[in-house]
Design a protein around this ligand. Sequence first.
Ligand SMILES: Nc1ncnc2c1ncn2[C@@H]1O[C@H](COP(=O)(O)OP(=O)(O)O)[C@@H](O)[C@H]1O
Ligand SMILES: [Mg+2]
Length: 327
Amino acid sequence: HLSTFYDIDTAKENMEKMRSDQHGPVGKLNPTTMSIRTKSGEEVPVSLSASIIRSEGKEIGSVGAFTDLREIFKMRRELEEAHLQLVQSDKIASVGRMAAGVAHEINNPLAGVLIYAELLQENLKDRPEQLADVQEIIKQTLRCKKIVSELLEFSRQSIGKESSFELEKLIDSCLSLVTKQATFQDINIVKEIDPHIPAMVGDMGQLQQVFINLFINASDAMEGFGEIKIKALYRPEKSSVVIGVSDQGPGIPEEMQDKIFDIFYTTKPVGKGTGLGLSISQNIINLHGGSIRFECPPTGGTTFIIELPIESTEGGVEEPLFIGLDE
Ligand SMILES: Nc1ncnc2c1ncn2[C@@H]1O[C@H](COP(=O)(O)OP(=O)(O)O)[C@@H](O)[C@H]1O
Ligand SMILES: [Mg+2]
């Protein structure tokens, strides 16, 4: 029966509205948003337009049309979300530009600090107490330089030197770099590289940076104990290569998942993480015409998945994003 989903009081109210001239011409109800309840108790937003049927001046009934608004509301929500995302990526881009500008300005004075500290180091050779202080200055300055150069790297908007390379060799070179570190002592590396992968084209230096960051992130997530699995598969039908880097860490909590690629987003202590690794990596992979994403399977751990085209589309010109400053 009508009254099971169309509340009787609301109906009376609507009849009053139709009789008045406040909600459309007398006898009619302009589209009005309300909600009705389905059999299962679900509340459905609808739009109602109605009018009174008269015969010889007497009301003999009414007719109404309900339009289900769920689809429209859904579309509106999606539009709002898309808009939010746009604002967000715009914000990230401008933060990135600002950071790159600051980094560029700080680069030269920092080099000056380093040179003078190194001169002091020479002069203080036989004064061990002061020497230790100067060495600390040098150490901290080098840390700043590293952050600055990472920021400048982040601001680059094209791939640098393109060359042809074998993926497995590239991965091996990254592994030999990271596994020398003490933090990789108890980490087991498993490699499964498809032997049919053809030679690839790209900026080897940039791509090495991507893999090194993924390996260090994996080792950090496992706190130095466990297995890192590297899989690479040739996809001839898509003319691409899919590379997975899996760890046995705790995974990425849901509330963090949409932030980890943000510039400066880190959960690591100061001095250990800069939050630049994944944002730079994403930039580099995009410049190579590829994509990077991650999965946290219910069985635990995290897998980062990179897809790279065999033929890179980007030209090899080097051009910093930050225009207006030379060098
Ligand atoms: N393999 C992983 N497992 C769990 N969390 C990860 C993993 N890789 C990255 N993350 C999270 O993403 C954050 C950002 O990573 P990244 O951009 O490389 O910056 P950083 O390593 O300097 O913190 C990390 O701080 C960490 O919280
Ligand atoms: Mg990192």
